[in-house]
Design a protein around this ligand. Structure first.
Ligand code: SF4
Length: 466
C-alpha cells in the first residue's frame, strides 16, 4: 500500500489577534519636505522654486499645490538622471539655473534639494557659490537661496521652516532700525495671510510677512499669460528684515526650536516675540495685546466687535458642540492652535496627531489646555492606518484635518472639517479662514453646521428645525 505524502500545513488567514504588526508608515500623515520649501519660495515676489533632483519630485509637488490652490504653479527641476545620480549634478544645476533665468526672469531662485541629491551628498552650497562667482555680474542676476530639504529627515513643515530660515539667513541685512515688523506666519492659508496684513495695518503697523503667498497663490484672473504670478514678499523687504523694529513668530511648536525670529535677534538684535497661531479667543487676544503694546494704540473698535460676535456665537452654538469629541491631525502648529480653540467651544479634542516628530507636541498641547480640562493625547509621526484604528476606539464626533483623511472619515462615517494642507476635494482651499476672531468664527460655523448636517443625515426621519 502506498502511503500518500503528508499534506503541507494549510496557510490560514491570521486572526485579529495574530495580525502582523507594521513597523512601516502606511499613508503617512505628512507630505514631502521640498513641497514646503516650494510654497515658501512662491511667497517671494518674482520667486521661482527650483528642485535639485528628479523631475518626478517637481511634478508631484506641482500637482499637490495646484489641486489645493487652483492656480498655475511652475516648479523648475535640474532633472536628475541615472548618470547624474552617479557622477553628480553640477552640470545640470548650472544648465537648469540658466534656463530658469532666461525663461522666467526671476527676482529670486529658491533651490531646494530632494531625497536623491541629498542621498548622494551633493555639495549644493558649493555649486551655487561657483555659479554665483561665474555669473553674478550679469544683468538682472537674481538672489539665489538654498534650503536643504531631504524628505527622509522631515515633513513639508520642516521644508517650510528650512526655506524661511534660508531666506532670512541669506538675505537679511542690518542697518538703521526702521519701524516695520518682521512676521513669520507659518504655513497658513492665503486668505489668512491677507487677513494678517489687515490686522497689522489696523494698528498702524507695516509687516514684512515671510513668506506671503496671499496673492501669488490666490490672485485675480489674468488678461494674459505671465511666467510668475504677481504678489509675494519683495526681495528688498527680505533684505530689510535685519532693520525691523521687532519680529513676531507664530507657532508654539516652532517656538521650541531655533526659528527665524531667533536668527534676527542673534544677528541684528531685533526684539523677538513668539506667539501661538492666533486661532480662537485666547491666542488671538495674545496677538492683539502684543500689537497694542508694539504700536501704542488701543485695539480697534471693529476688532473688539468681532471678538464680541465670536463670543456670542460660542454661546449660541454651545448646545450643538458641548461634550463632542474630536480628533485633529495635520501640521503640528495648526493642530495645537485648533485644539486651543476647540477647548473654548466645549468640544473635547481627544487625540491630536501629526506626521512630524518635533518631540514637543504633547508639551504644546498641555500649554494651551485650561487647568480644569484634560490635555488631548498627542501622537507624533502618525500615519492614517494608526489614526483610523485610534478613531475606531475613540469614537469621535468630528475629525479636523486635511483631505488625506477623507477615506478614513468615510469608512467611519464621521464628518471631516477640512483644514490645513492639502484640501483638494473641496473648492476654495486657499480662502479657508482660521486666524483672528473672524477666522475662528468662520471655522466655528463650519463645525456647528457639520454636527447639524450629520444629525439630519443619520436620523431616519431627518430634521428640519434643530
Ligand atoms: S523622492 Fe523625496 S523629494 Fe522626491 S517626491 Fe519623493 S519624498 Fe519628495
Amino acid at each position: 500500500m502506498i502511503t500518500p505524502p503528508a499534506l503541507p500545513e494549510p496557510v490560514m488567514a491570521p486572526t485579529a489577534s495574530e495580525e502582523p504588526s507594521f513597523e512601516a508608515a502606511r499613508n503617512a500623515c505628512k507630505l514631502c519636505s521640498p513641497l514646503g520649501a516650494a510654497l515658501v519660495f512662491r511667497g517671494v515676489r518674482g520667486g521661482m522654486p527650483f528642485l535639485h533632483g528628479s523631475q518626478g519630485c517637481a511634478t508631484y509637488i506641482r500637482r499637490y499645490l495646484i489641486s489645493h490652490y487652483r492656480e498655475p504653479v511652475d516648479i523648475a527641476s535640474s532633472n536628475f538622471s541615472e548618470e547624474t545620480a552617479v557622477f553628480g549634478g553640477a552640470v545640470i544645476l548650472e544648465k537648469g539655473l540658466e534656463n530658469v533665468r532666461r525663461l522666467y526672469k526671476p527676482e529670486l531662485i529658491g533651490v531646494a534639494t530632494t531625497c536623491l541629491s541629498e542621498t548622494i551628498g551633493e555639495d549644493v552650497p558649493g555649486l551655487l557659490k561657483t555659479y554665483i562667482g561665474k555669473h553674478s555680474r550679469e544683468k538682472d542676476f537674481p538672489a539665489l537661496v538654498h534650503a536643504s530639504t531631504p524628505s527622509y529627515r522631515g515633513t513639508h513643515m520642516d521644508g517650510f521652516h528650512a526655506a524661511v530660515m534660508a531666506l532670512v539667513s541669506a538675505l537679511a541685512q542690518g542697518g538703521p532700525r526702521g519701524n516695520r515688523i518682521a512676521v513669520f506666519p507659518g504655513m497658513v492659508s492665503a486668505a489668512d495671510l491677507r487677513r494678517l496684513r489687515g490686522i497689522f495695518s489696523d494698528f498702524g503697523l507695516s509687516p514684512i510677512l515671510t513668506p506671503d503667498y496671499g496673492d501669488s497663490l490666490d490672485g485675480p484672473v489674468w488678461e494674459e499669460y505671465r511666467p510668475i504670478a504677481d504678489g509675494g514678499t519683495p526681495v528688498e523687504d527680505l533684505r530689510a528684515l535685519g532693520q525691523t523694529a521687532a519680529s513676531i513668530q507664530f507657532g508654539r511648536i516652532l517656538a521650541g526650536q531655533a526659528g527665524p525670529g531667533d536668527l534676527l535677534l542673534e544677528r541684528f538684535q531685533v526684539p523677538r516675540y513668539k506667539l501661538g497661531l492666533p486661532i480662537g479667543l485666547r491666542e488671538t487676544d495674545w496677538l492683539y495685546d502684543t500689537l497694542a503694546a508694539l504700536s501704542g494704540r488701543a485695539i480697534p473698535a471693529d476688532r473688539q466687535r468681532e471678538r464680541g460676535r465670536l463670543l456670542d456665537a460660542l454661546v449660541d452654538g454651545h448646545k450643538y458642540l458641548q461634550g463632542r469629541r474630536a480628533i485633529l491631525y495635520g501640521e503640528e502648529d495648526l493642530v495645537v492652535g485648533l485644539a486651543s480653540f476647540l477647548m473654548e467651544t466645549g468640544v473635547r479634542p481627544v487625540l491630536c496627531a501629526s506626521g512630524s516628530r518635533s518631540g514637543r507636541l504633547a508639551e504644546a498641547l498641555r500649554a494651551v489646555t485650561p487647568p480644569d480640562q484634560e490635555p488631548p493625547e498627542a501622537c507624533e509621526g502618525a500615519d492614517f492606518a494608526e489614526l483610523e484604528k485610534a478613531a475606531a476606539e475613540w469614537k469621535p464626533d468630528l475629525l479636523l484635518g486635511n483631505s488625506k483623511g477623507y477615506r478614513m472619515a468615510r469608512r467611519l462615517g464621521i464628518p471631516l472639517i477640512r483644514v490645513g494642507f492639502p484640501v483638494h476635494d473641496r473648492f476654495g482651499a486657499a480662502r479657508l479662514r482660521h486666524l483672528g476672531y473672524d477666522g475662528a468664527l468662520e471655522l466655528y460655523d463650519r463645525l456647528v453646521n457639520a454636527v447639524m448636517e450629520r444629525a439630519q443625515d443619520t436620523n431616519p426621519t431627518g430634521y428640519s428645525y434643530l
